[in-house]
Write a protein that binds this ligand. Structure first.
Ligand code: ADP
Ligand code: F6P
Length: 320
């Protein structure tokens, strides 16, 4: 019997997901598996929406953001009935392995399926770069570059009008995007969920740099710490500045993937198949110390990928 692999994308879409799907499909077929694409994440599993893929099904997709398999945040899958329905569909379709491309929520789902007897593999895919066990998630580099490009444009206007510009970026519970984009664009202040927020210090810093002759500033705010508009009102209540706010929103989730994301996604997708071949399943494909490694889920969950505070300190020193 030919072994069957199903692949899905779940949670927030991330640039590079298509390259990961392509790698799983083509490497899987190359090694003699039948590979099925599942539409709309766990929602599609529940509905039995499995489509047999061939080499051509994933042609012409590597350069595009989003995910050709579509994605969903499936509340039904979190219920006992939904989960049982998903299990039944996987069994009825004789799926031997399920490859999940997504963030930590999607990994929680893959772990539950593994515990219920369906061998799974997880490829980290989220722009937030906040998954335990891995220092990199597919989509992060593209999102960073998108934020950088946007902030560079906003900076031109902020500088011309001598204004404080606040840019709110994604990161529900982690500030990786704000931190790394902040370092890359030379933001004057970076507000992260991981660091206590002291508005007095921020206002004092703005006033001092203004006194030194710096007539505009960029403040990057991770959405997980506060809304950009709330920070703007607090600043205007305490100072003479009238900050302008930009919420980047979905702009930073879409877009053509960078080379880094497509390379990581292709290598991680291929690694998932290599490990399935060795029956080394129920693993997160992770990036650690410059290498692709696999970690059993329980190991992955033990290692939180927190922000590097030395980068935060460096960004503050450099933004004078
Ligand atoms: P991400 O994978 O990007 O973190 P979510 O947290 O929205 O995104 O998770 C994606 C999907 O994974 C959810 O919609 C749900 O179907 C599933 N999921 C999330 N958490 C769990 C959980 N604790 N148990 C089972 N499934 C989960
Ligand atoms: O993909 C992760 C993420 O971008 C978070 O940073 C953000 O809070 C969330 O998704 C919002 O996504 P949606 O509005 O699609 O639920």
């Amino acid at each position: 019997m030919v072994k069957r692999i199903a692949v899905l994308t779940s949670g927030g879409d991330a640039p590079g997901m298509n390259a990961a799907i392509r790698a799983v499909v083509r490497k899987g077929i190359h090694h003699g598996f039948e590979v099925f694409g599942v539409q709309r994440g766990y929602e599609g599993v529940i509905q039995g929406d499995f489509k047999l893929m061939n080499f051509h099904s994933v042609g012409g997709i590597i350069q595009h953001g989003g995910t050709v398999l579509k994605t969903a945040r499936s509340e039904a899958f979190k219920t006992a009935e939904g989960f049982d329905a998903a299990l039944e569909q996987l069994k009825n379709h004789y799926i031997d392995y399920l490859v999940v491309i997504g963030g930590d929520g999607s990994m929680a789902g893959a772990i539950k399926l593994a515990d219920a007897g369906i061998p799974t593999m997880v490829i980290p895919g989220t722009i937030d770069n906040d998954m335990p066990g891995t220092e990199y998630t597919v989509g992060f580099d593209t999102a960073l570059n998108t934020v950088l490009e946007a902030v560079n444009k906003i900076r031109d206007t902020a500088a011309s009008h001598e204004r404080v510009a606040i840019v709110e970026v994604m990161g529900r519970s982690a500030g990786h995007i704000a931190l790394m984009a902040g370092l890359a664009c030379g933001a004057e202040a970076i507000l992260l969920p991981e660091e206590p927020l002291d508005m007095d210090i921020i206002c004092e810093r703005l006033a001092k740099s203004h006194q030194r002759g710096k007539l505009y500033s960029i403040i990057l705010v991770a959405e997980g710490v506060a809304k950009g508009y709330d920070i703007a009102s607090q600043i205007s209540a305490r100072t003479d500045f009238q900050p302008h706010v930009t919420v980047l929103g979905y702009i930073q989730r879409g877009g053509n993937p960078t080379a880094t994301d497509n390379i990581m996604a292709s290598r991680m997708g291929a690694a998932a198949i290599d490990h399935i071949l060795q029956d080394n399943v129920n693993q997160l494909i992770a990036w650690q110390k410059g290498q692709i490694v696999t970690l059993p889920y329980e190991e992955a969950l033990k290692t939180k990928h927190g922000i590097d505070l030395s980068i935060y300190d460096l960004a503050s020193i450099l933004a004078r």
